[in-house]
Design a binder for this molecule. Structure first.
Ligand SMILES: Cc1ncc(COP(=O)(O)O)c(C=O)c1O
Length: 405
């Protein structure tokens, strides 16, 4: 599929939003959905619906096969070794909570140290904080440099004899910094340290190869990947998923249940308790097919051209201050305008149909470090164009005029 035809695949761009064409620059928050994904949800509910993994009737078996097909597609897409290393969750937040909770139950001990970074989203901090409270583990922070990057050297500096686990974002949802995950994993493994990756912003925009990255866990958010909401993926190395205890108890995750004992199901059922997000999983197969039809190399090239273009525009726009200048950067442009609250920026841009996000983007630690309460964030997806970024810049100028800047 050609890049310039992609916007047409997303029905939302046919809509007028408050009489404007939509300039959607909030994909780091959640991406828009291509028609094939929306249609697949409709088709499944209207023609094929059944719960999965339970009944033996025709619809149930067919739905189970479709559900498992998506697991295979995800496995291939991220080049995991084994299909059973793919666990569906309700989001990346749940995936990260699953990892922290199960490692907390059976692996991490009082006094052990977990190393995260100042770039982390609350989803990759709060679950570790729970363990700080319940198990007395210590959390250390790798600090950003002046470009808002996390270097391998900084990670190395913060590793101590007690570091048991490193949990890092693949791509910062505020500065766009892409972390050297492969190198960090090599370093960590050479010291017997586990690596967890928050891949929410990595998965939609970067080429993923779990066997090459070699991390122990990788969390994916499907709604940022042109897929449905209510769905995430946890990749976990088989040895960990086999060794760790289940996260939630209920139907589907057991093998045998007696009054005096319970044994748990095999992977991946062990981690998929209760009725899962069946329609979302089945439709997510179309998101992967959609990304494959474009080709991840093309996605990466298109988005890196866009971010370079946007960065240049905003750098030239006086009174706009971009946050961070990482060498290796994904499609996120966070900025402030002195004298204008980011919520005002977002509200004024919205009047022109330009949808951005304002706030701390679930990264209060980073905003504290930068000494700002909030920022405005424009983030790109596969459907964006240079014209969208021109409109962003134009609307920022309109905003500046209102504030006499
Ligand atoms: C870096 C990062 N981590 C975690 C999350 C949470 O993902 P989910 O919405 O799938 O729970 C987000 C979503 O904003 C994110 O950007």
């Amino acid at each position: 599929m050609k890049i310039d035809q992609i916007k047409k695949e997303f029905p939302i761009f046919d809509e007028k939003i408050q009489n404007n064409d939509l300039v959607y620059l909030d994909s780091a928050n959640s991406s828009q959905k291509p028609k094939i994904v929306v249609d697949r949800i409709n088709e499944f509910y209207t023609k094929q619906f059944s719960n999965v993994g339970r009944s033996v009737h025709y619809l149930a078996v067919a739905a189970t096969n479709l559900y498992e097909n998506t697991r295979t597609s995800v496995q291939k897409y991220i080049n995991a070794k084994d299909k059973n290393e793919i666990v569906f969750t309700k989001g990346a937040t749940e995936a990260l909570n699953l990892v922290a909770n199960t490692l907390g139950q059976s692996y991490l001990q009082e006094g052990d140290e977990v190393l995260i970074t100042e770039l982390e989203h609350h989803s990759n901090y709060v679950p570790w904080h729970f363990l700080r409270k319940s198990k007395n583990i210590k959390i250390n922070f790798a600090e950003i440099n002046k470009e808002c990057e996390i270097t391998l050297e900084e990670i190395e500096k913060k590793i101590t004899q007690k570091t048991k686990l490193i949990s890092i974002t693949h791509l910062s949802n505020v500065t766009g910094a892409i972390l050297p995950v492969k190198e960090i994993t090599q370093l960590a493994h050479s010291k017997g340290i586990i690596v967890v990756v928050d891949g929410c912003q990595g998965a939609p925009h970067l080429k993923l190869d779990m066997q090459e990255l070699d991390c122990d866990f990788y969390a994916i958010s499907c709604h940022k990947m042109y897929g449905p909401t209510g769905l995430g993926v946890l990749y976990g190395k088989k040895k960990w998923l086999e060794e760790l205890p289940p996260y939630q108890g209920g139907g589907g995750m057991i093998n045998e249940v007696k009054k005096d004992r319970i044994s748990y199901g095999e992977l991946p059922n062990k981690y998929e308790a209760g009725t899962m997000a069946t329609a979302q999983v089945i439709a997510f197969d179309q998101s992967i097919k959609f990304l494959e039809s474009i080709g991840i190399e093309n996605v990466m090239k298109h988005e890196s051209d866009l971010v370079e273009y946007g960065q240049e525009l905003l750098q030239k726009n006086n009174s706009v201050k971009l946050i961070g200048n990482p060498k290796n950067k994904g499609g996120v442009l966070s900025f402030t305008i002195e004298g204008v609250h980011p919520h005002d920026i977002a509200t004024i841009l919205d009047e022109d149909g330009v949808a951005i996000r304002a706030g701390h983007h679930c990264c209060q630690i980073l905003h504290d470090k930068l000494n700002i309460p909030a920022s405005a964030r424009a983030s790109v997806g596969i459907y964006n164009t240079k014209e969208d970024l021109d409109q962003l810049n134009q609307s920022i100028n309109n905003c500046k005029k209102i504030f006499n800047l």
